[in-house]
Design a protein around this ligand. Structure first.
Ligand code: HEM
Length: 221
């Protein structure tokens, strides 16, 4: 799939991109729905789930926000849809800003308040860093479109979405790490989670740069 296909409105590539997002986010979204069902239905309280029962608000907000953010967010990247229904893009975009901020802020809230028994200090710091990065990217993307700057808007929203989708890539990096080296220790857990965010942001940055080229080329002429 070529990055410029989004700009050119190549619907086949866009559909592939949306499908890839849904596949990538399937594991964390399924885990989230399972966690909500357990919280609603009650379960034996164990050291693994005690923090969610003791303080369910941030995790419930986090999961509900993430379901809307991922599903609706993927459609915002389809150029044909964006052009045919600009009103939809704007209305869905406002809801997405809210949901994205809820996901990022509740992620930070859990990082700061839950006694998370894995990942150690490094994962704690990475979550603070990337969670704040997600919130900042969404706010910068929102401010850019208020100024009418669609190029920066798209770039910042892509970065915010890439950090959010880190949850999906992390499921894969953790799985791969465990297959190669067995269950990770705290350092391994932190590095594999960090790798998920770095991979996603690198792909987003590559796509953003490829999309900018036609604009820069047109400006030079
Ligand atoms: C759309 C993106 C995201 C999805 C789909 C997602 C999904 C989830 C799910 C399903 C859980 C519950 C895990 C469980 O039940 O054991 C969770 C927990 C958590 N998430 Fe996210 N998340 C996303 C983004 C983020 C971001 C950007 C951060 C960064 C701060 C973050 C930080 C956390 C933290 C700290 C927890 C609690 C972990 C624990 O106590 O074990 N999440 N997330």
């Amino acid at each position: 799939m070529k990055a410029n296909d989004y700009e050119a409105g190549n619907n086949g590539s866009a559909k592939g991109f949306v499908a890839a997002i849904f596949i990538l986010s399937f594991i964390p979204l399924a885990a989230g729905i399972f966690r909500l069902a357990v919280l609603a239905g009650g379960a034996e309280i164990t050291p693994d789930n005690a923090r969610f029962f003791a303080s369910p608000t941030p995790v419930v907000l986090h999961i509900l926000g993430a379901v809307v953010y991922v599903i609706l967010g993927a459609l915002q990247f389809v150029p044909g849809f964006r052009r045919r229904r600009p009103g939809w893009h704007r209305a869905a975009g406002r809801l997405l800003v809210l949901c994205g901020l809820i996901v990022g802020l509740s992620g930070l809230w859990m990082t700061l308040s839950y006694p998370i028994p894995y990942g150690g200090r490094l994962l704690y710091v990475l979550r603070l860093l990337f969670g704040s990065g997600m919130v900042a990217s969404i706010l910068l993307g929102f401010m850019a479109i208020l100024r009418g700057d669609a190029i920066r808007h798209r770039a910042w929203m892509s970065r915010g979405f890439a950090i959010g989708l880190g949850a999906g890539t992390q499921a894969l990096t953790l799985m791969a790490g465990e297959m190669v080296a067995g269950p990770p220790n705290d350092l391994g857990e932190a590095l594999l989670n960090g790798a998920g965010w770095v991979i996603n942001l690198s792909v987003a940055e590559w796509v953003i740069r490829r999309q900018r080229k036609p604009y820069e080329w047109r400006k030079k002429r």
